[in-house]
Write a protein that binds this ligand. Structure first.
Ligand SMILES: [Mg+2]
Length: 344
């Protein structure tokens, strides 16, 4: 089974409401879908969205990266192509799209369903958090209340650089929604001083975690916050690769890590990080960008397979789509995710 053709399309899925963080505002999820076709007729898809603010990649650069590499992959088996791919220097999201398609093909080559291929032994439902976009205080409270009414009880609260607003929103949500689990994500928007102020102001409330308060490359500030905080601090933009994760864990820069396929370069690399985390007892979040259904599938197989190390699942993109796409191998009911493979 050798790769015969690699083709690309640009896809767009409309969202119910705009998605707003400290870094961006979007109305659709847009991504590149890559199809890898083999000489025996087997094919598989991979996807990558552009998150320039995080990985530095645009839809154009993802397309260029894949196009640039495709001639090196054609004529090889999926296994050989994986080695070539991971030895290449292309962007991490472009890499992730090709990596997942190659793994899906490998499963097909072995006549394995994906749950078997990923070694999933427990198919019991898992829960994702749901994003509360950055908005005015009252709007965020309304959105959070609505989510809770719908049974979505784990809230990823996006906060921005206005630290007074951040404190107010946290206090308000904690008081008004005592049964919600609150995950705070500042997306690098705070200074060290802001972060310490925030910790003091909200210390009487119960928060699950605070994610990436300061800019990714200020690890010393992250460490100071981690040491000052009774709430666990989670590194997101500061950890892309296994080497980043090792540095953060070994030098105690943060308590937890957020793994995303688009940051680390795909499922193959995410598994290396998850194995390391399992070995070192590091609590993980498995997150995503706003992504399409095939890349969410890939992340969800991992979330099911590594449920012992992935305490937080941040894979709510499908809940934000106007409609659930048929390509998903999982069903979403409120924030509960069950395995329901698509008939393909
Ligand atoms: Mg984050």
């Amino acid at each position: 089974m050798k790769i015969e053709e690699i083709s690309l399309t640009q896809e767009k899925i409309p969202l119910k409401t705009p998605f707003i963080t400290a870094l961006r505002e979007v109305k659709d999820v847009e991504f590149i879908r890559v199809k890898i076709l083999c000489d025996n007729g087997a094919f598989a898809y991979g996807e990558a969205p552009a998150t320039k603010a995080v990985t530095g990649e645009t839809l154009e650069s993802i397309k260029q990266n894949i196009t640039q590499l495709q001639n090196l992959l054609i004529g090889h088996t999926p296994q050989e192509a994986l080695s070539i791919l991971h030895a290449s220097g292309i962007g991490s999201s472009a890499k992730a799209a090709l990596d997942m398609a190659l793994l899906f093909l490998t499963a097909k080559m072995n006549n394995q369903n994906l749950d078997t291929y990923f070694g999933i032994s427990d198919l019991g439902a898992i829960k994702t958090d749901i994003t509360i976009s950055l908005n005015a205080e009252q709007k965020m409270l309304l959105d959070a209340k609505k989510a809770l009414r719908e049974g979505k009880d784990i809230l990823k609260v996006k906060l921005g650089s206005d630290i007074m607003h951040a404190v107010e929103v946290t206090k308000m949500l904690s008081r008004e929604l005592p049964h919600a689990k609150l995950l705070i994500d500042a997306n690098q928007a705070w200074s060290l001083k802001d972060s310490l102020y925030y910790l003091r102001e909200v210390k009487q409330y119960t928060l699950e975690l605070i994610e990436q308060p300061v800019v990714a490359d200020d690890l010393e500030a992250l460490k100071k916050i981690t040491h000052a905080s009774s709430v666990p601090i989670l590194a997101d933009e500061a950890v892309f690769t296994l080497d980043d994760v090792k540095r953060v864990v070994e030098d105690d820069y943060a308590d937890m890590i957020n793994i995303k396929l688009m940051k680390c370069g795909g499922v193959t690399k995410a598994i290396e990080i998850l194995e390391y985390a399992r070995d070192k007892n590091v609590v993980c979040m498995l997150g995503s960008m706003l992504e399409g259904p095939y890349s969410i599938n890939a992340a969800l197989y991992l979330a099911f397979a590594y449920r012992d190390v992935i305490r937080y699942v941040d894979l709510d993109s499908p809940l934000l789509y106007k409609e659930l796409p048929t390509e998903l191998d999982f069903n979403y009911e409120a924030n509960t995710i069950t395995f329901q493979p698509a008939l393909r």
